[in-house]
Design a protein. Structure first.
Length: 276
């Protein structure tokens, strides 16, 4: 009889870890997670799991109460929260993905920690296949046409461009990403580049980004994207959770960049007015 020495009781301090464990069929290993995990992966609300603070506000006592043998956390971290995680004295897996390749590595690492390596590789292959298929479809559809310039933001004050993995998905969906991913920018800099498409996916905001207000407050009335009614909100977790849910975000990006050519998915909202 072969013993299973993999992690049996896992505490997830960020939604990405919870989504990955769900995708590889190991949701049963989670004994505690954050309220944000429950928002993205409603299945964890069942089974009597503890709700604990996330990577930004982690508390060692909460972690210990769950009696885990593995804690998984991910950026953003706060120094004192990391101290609290380490104080718990439990094996700690800390993730800090930037690109899609990092996300694939995180999936493989988490899968290995819970004896699901084969399933992890399958999830990675599915993601890569879906991205490749969309890239090929967009290439066939838009041969000879100019790729739209897309500004995608993950936060509004200060204005921060979306992460590098989002830039990769924008490129796969047939757009050119405006600016440097994951960095601060300004309303004036975006206005000067005059993007064809503007997408807001604010961390923690769900699909409630006030599109009309940000256009008005930033003086973006004359942006090409605004004049053409191509200002969108994509639900937070579809682009900001570095996990297989990004494939839903990819579909939303394709629908925003190529209106009418791809199905309108849940989680994508558009300004319909041409004047704000």
């Amino acid at each position: 009889m072969t013993s299973d020495y993999s992690a049996q009781r896992v505490v997830c301090l960020q939604p990405s870890a919870t989504v990955i464990l769900s995708a590889i069929g190991r949701l049963d290993r989670i004994v505690a997670c954050t309220k944000y995990c429950a928002d993205v992966c409603p299945e964890v609300k069942n089974g009597g799991r503890l709700i604990v603070a996330d990577s930004w506000t982690a508390q060692s006592q909460q972690i210990l109460e769950a009696r885990p043998d593995l804690v998984i956390a991910a950026v953003p971290y706060q120094q004192r929260a990391v101290v609290e995680i380490l104080k718990a004295g439990i094996r700690f897996l800390g993730l800090a993905p930037k690109k899609l390749a990092d996300i694939y590595t995180d999936i493989a690492t988490i899968a290995g920690a819970v004896s699901a390596s084969q399933r992890g590789q399958a999830v990675i292959a599915d993601m890569q296949r879906e991205i490749g298929n969309l890239r090929a479809a967009v290439t066939r559809m838009s041969t000879g046409t100019k790729r739209p310039l897309v500004f995608c933001e993950e936060w509004g004050k200060p204005l921060i461009a979306s992460q590098p993995w989002v830039a990769e998905l924008v490129e796969a969906a047939g757009g050119n990403f405006l600016g440097d991913p994951g960095t601060h920018t300004s309303a004036e800099a975006v206005l000067a580049r005059d993007p064809d498409v503007m997408i807001a996916a604010w961390c923690g905001a769900g699909d409630r980004v006030p599109l009309q207000k940000i256009v008005r407050d930033r003086g973006w009335d004359q942006l090409r994207a605004v004049r053409d009614g191509r200002v969108y909100c994509i639900r937070d977790e579809l682009l900001n959770t570095p996990a297989p849910t990004l494939m839903l975000g990819l579909g939303a990006l394709a629908a925003a960049i190529h209106p009418g050519s791809f199905p309108q998915p849940e989680g994508l909202r558009c300004i319909r007015e041409t004047r704000i």
